[in-house]
Design a protein around this ligand. Structure first.
Ligand code: F6P
Length: 323
């Protein structure tokens, strides 16, 4: 393989730049030409493709976001869109791809390979940590630390005013961000899509704490929880506990930005190199990940379809620690 392309797709995540840097430098190291594709599949269709070299990725390892930009492309979901993307790759002589993204990115790469035979190896880049085939995704550690920093600050004001705060964190359909935020942030309750925590349980826990003279509380809600978003949960709880002073904070996209932590820079660098080397070894439609400290490659289809379960003991930990 003489020329490869790299792109980021889906929601950006801190550490994507560190991964792009590793991919570009690994390609240069192995004597392969590397092209950056801007705005993911959307830019691939439009031919937003530029040659990169070692200098293109100087001074980016510490930066949040993605220098290649990112997008979610509706057109790539159509056969016509994918044909246009293929024609652009042919025009630029690109024979293989490295992508950084999540399940949507890998689903697209799988279909693209089936239709046009362009091999792709991927790095897991999402703050959600919801991909099977790796213990941690790039951006997760930073997002959790960003959220935790905000939760610590909210606790200061919650404590000063004897309030209960309902704090919503990201994670799409997963509670991976919520769980360490709850344990590390000393929350009384955590609500995640993987476990059924009823409003009655929330009310009981808060009432019991209140009756024991506890005056401030933190409830962490994963955005995908079935009980509803933080505003809905707060409203339902307040109907039962009108004497409690409640506030809602939705942390939102602040969790996606900022300088990556050391752990994310390490992971991104390791997986970026693994993607290029995997592609050059002839791998196709696989994601590079780290499980128990070992580098592993997992077929895209498994990363998308298999569940990555949250340790059930963590929920018990929240209950024990908030007693
Ligand atoms: O997948 C990352 C993520 O931040 C999710 O946690 C969240 O549900 C979603 O992306 C938000 O997407 P958007 O940036 O398109 O609003």
């Amino acid at each position: 393989m003489k020329r490869i392309g790299v792109f980021t797709s889906g929601g950006d995540a801190p550490g994507m730049n560190a991964c792009i840097r590793a991919i570009v430098r690994a390609a240069v190291y192995h004597g392969v030409e590397i092209y950056g594709i801007h705005r993911g599949y959307k830019g691939m269709i439009k031919g937003e493709i530029y040659k990169m070299d070692s200098h293109s990725v100087s001074n980016i390892i510490q930066k949040g976001g993605t220098i290649l930009r990112s997008a979610r492309s509706k057109d790539f979901g159509t056969p016509e869109g994918r044909k246009q993307a293929y024609e652009q790759l042919v025009k630029f002589g690109i024979e293989g791809l490295v992508c950084i993204g999540g399940d949507g990115t890998f689903t697209g790469a799988n279909i693209f390979f089936e239709e046009f035979g362009i091999p792709t190896v991927g790095a897991p880049g999402t703050i959600d940590n919801d991909l099977y085939g790796t213990d941690y995704t790039i951006g997760y550690d930073t997002a959790v630390n960003t959220a935790l920093d905000a939760i610590d600050k909210i606790r200061d004001t919650a404590d000063s005013h004897d309030r209960v705060f309902f704090i919503e964190v990201m994670g799409r359909d997963s509670g991976y961000i919520a769980m360490p935020c709850a344990i590390g942030g000393g929350a009384e309750i955590v609500m995640i899509p993987e476990a059924d925590t009823s409003i009655e349980h929330v009310v009981d826990t808060l009432r019991t704490g209140w009756n024991r003279s506890k005056t401030s509380f933190i409830v962490i809600i994963a955005e995908g929880d079935e009980a509803g978003n933080a505003n809905e949960v707060a409203r339902k709880v307040q109907e039962e506990l009108p004497h409690m002073d409640a506030r809602v904070t939705i942390l939102g996209h602040v969790q996606r930005g900022g300088a990556p932590t050391a752990a994310d820079r390490m992971l991104a660098s390791q997986l970026g190199i693994a993607c290029v080397e995997g592609l050059l070894e002839g791998r196709k439609c696989e994601m590079a990940g780290i499980i128990n400290g070992e580098l592993v490659y997992t077929p895209f289809i498994d990363t998308i379809t298999k569940d990555k379960l949250i340790n059930p003991n963590y929920l018990k930990m929240v209950n024990i620690l908030s007693v």
